[in-house]
Design a protein around this ligand. Structure first.
Ligand code: FES
Length: 178
C-alpha cells in the first residue's frame, strides 16, 4: 500500500512538472505572439499598411518562416498588406445588423464614395469594408471609422458621418500644404 501511494506521489509530481513545462511553453509562445503583434502594429502605424519588405525583414529578424508571419497577418482583419485609405469605414454585415438594414446603409455609403467593399477611393481618403460582427450588436446597424464606433446608423446619419470625415481630411490636406 505504501509502495502504491509512493508511486502515486511520483506520478502526481511528473504530471505537475509536465503541465508546468507546458504552461511555461504556452506563456512563452503567447508573449512571443504579443511581441510580434506589437511589431506588426508599429509597422502598420508607420506606413499605413504592412509593406512586403518590412514583413520579410521581420520574419528574418524573428527567425520564423515568412508563411507563418503571413498566416498571422491574414488572420487579423485589421492588418493590411496593400496601401489603404486614411479612414477605414467598416460596416457590420452580420445577422443582427443585417436585420436592421445594414445592406441599405452599405449601398448608400458605397454609392456616396463611389467604391465597393474592399476598395479604396482614388484620393486615398476612404477604404470601405463589409465585415463580420463588430461587437456592438445591441446598437445595430453599426459602422466604425478607424477605431470610432457609430451605432443605430441610418442612411442620413451615414452620409453625415462621411461628410464629417471628408471635411477633416480636407483640413488635414490644407494644413499640410500651408
Ligand atoms: S451583428 Fe452587427 S455589431 Fe454584432
Amino acid at each position: 500500500m505504501r509502495v502504491l501511494s509512493k508511486k502515486m506521489e511520483q506520478l502526481e509530481d511528473e504530471v505537475k512538472e509536465m503541465s508546468e513545462k507546458k504552461m511555461l511553453k504556452l506563456i512563452e509562445e503567447y508573449k512571443e505572439n504579443e511581441l510580434l503583434l506589437d511589431r506588426l502594429h508599429d509597422i502598420q502605424n508607420k506606413f499605413g499598411y504592412l509593406p512586403e519588405e518590412e514583413l520579410v525583414e521581420l520574419a528574418a529578424e524573428k527567425e520564423i518562416p515568412k508563411a507563418h508571419l503571413y498566416g498571422i497577418v491574414s488572420f487579423y482583419s485589421r492588418f493590411y498588406t496593400e496601401p489603404v485609405g486614411k479612414y477605414k469605414v467598416r460596416i457590420c454585415k452580420s445577422i443582427s445588423c443585417g436585420m436592421n438594414s445594414s445592406k441599405k446603409i452599405l449601398k448608400v455609403i458605397s454609392e456616396s464614395l463611389g467604391i465597393n467593399p474592399g476598395e479604396t477611393t482614388e484620393d486615398k481618403l476612404f477604404t470601405l469594408e463589409a465585415v463580420e460582427c463588430l461587437g456592438h450588436c445591441g446598437e445595430g446597424p453599426v459602422i466604425t471609422v478607424n477605431d470610432k464606433v457609430y451605432g443605430e446608423i441610418t442612411e442620413a446619419k451615414a452620409l453625415e458621418i462621411l461628410e464629417e470625415y471628408i471635411e477633416r481630411g480636407e483640413k488635414h490636406e490644407r494644413r499640410k500644404i500651408s
